[in-house]
Design a protein around this ligand. Sequence first.
Ligand SMILES: Cc1cc2nc3c(=O)[nH]c(=O)nc-3n(C[C@H](O)[C@H](O)[C@H](O)COP(=O)(O)OP(=O)(O)OC[C@H]3O[C@@H](n4cnc5c(N)ncnc54)[C@H](O)[C@@H]3O)c2cc1C
Length: 252
Amino acid sequence: MAKRETRSLTVVKKQQLTPNMLRITLGGEELENFPQDQDGGYIKLLLETDKGSLKRSYTIRAFRSESLELDVDFVLHGENGHAGPASEWASKVTIGDHVNLTGPGPVKRISTTEDWYFIAGDMTALPAISVNLEAMPRDAKGYAIIEIIEDADKQKFNSPEGIEIRWVINPHPELANSILPDALKVLPWLEGKPNVWLACEFSGMKQLRDYFKKENNVSKNEIYISSYWKIGDTDEGHKKAKALDKALNILD
Ligand SMILES: Cc1cc2nc3c(=O)[nH]c(=O)nc-3n(C[C@H](O)[C@H](O)[C@H](O)COP(=O)(O)OP(=O)(O)OC[C@H]3O[C@@H](n4cnc5c(N)ncnc54)[C@H](O)[C@@H]3O)c2cc1C
């Protein structure tokens, strides 16, 4: 993310979207020069904790320039005392509380160059997937496989009719590996080449990267693939693992 100004914002709304997803709407005059058309891009929340200042990445689900409001959807992870500072902040915050953020970082929209679409992610990617599905050509066809924690976490969005939405349930994403790879690999491929957009937990990301790039020769122009978090690691550890993975892939 390029160095950008820090904005001090206020929590103006808190809405429980589904059992494990909380929407926090941030507002304030410092959003006046916030760039438009960045939905699906990300911001970094700056959190002050007893461990010092921490940064956490979250997707811009929607920005409304008329009312200077920014929606961010938080997965409420961390049962049994394992909550991370960002998830905990979201669950405890109240209207009128302040938070600082930087961004936005670049939007990673799904490419529209190929014949059909393969979209997948877990709940952390659901905000970005929603933005992508809503922005796609109406005659698009393909799949969106979305891992959620429970059935009631399904969301409705305005997606093209030809995109088959498949929800898969993983009640304990923090304990088990993502079930996305197994759910995705059994799907028959449509005719032609797919555009792939995928974001999920680190180990699932690596399996799916191999599946698309090595086993199915999807070229780098047709794929966006990213890990958004890592089982058993804070975001600081996740970033180190990502950097190492990148270095190893360059050597590969
Ligand atoms: C570009 C980008 C966009 C993102 N957008 C969103 C978004 O819109 N909404 C969203 O909820 N997340 C999003 N994430 C993921 C989010 O940044 C991470 O989940 C982050 O680790 C949460 O920080 P934390 O302080 O709650 O937990 P951390 O301190 O990072 O981790 C504490 C513990 O919680 C575990 N953990 C972290 N995240 C999860 C999870 N989702 N499920 C289960 N266990 C977890 C870790 O493995 C660790 O053991 C995004 C990440 C990226 C890179």
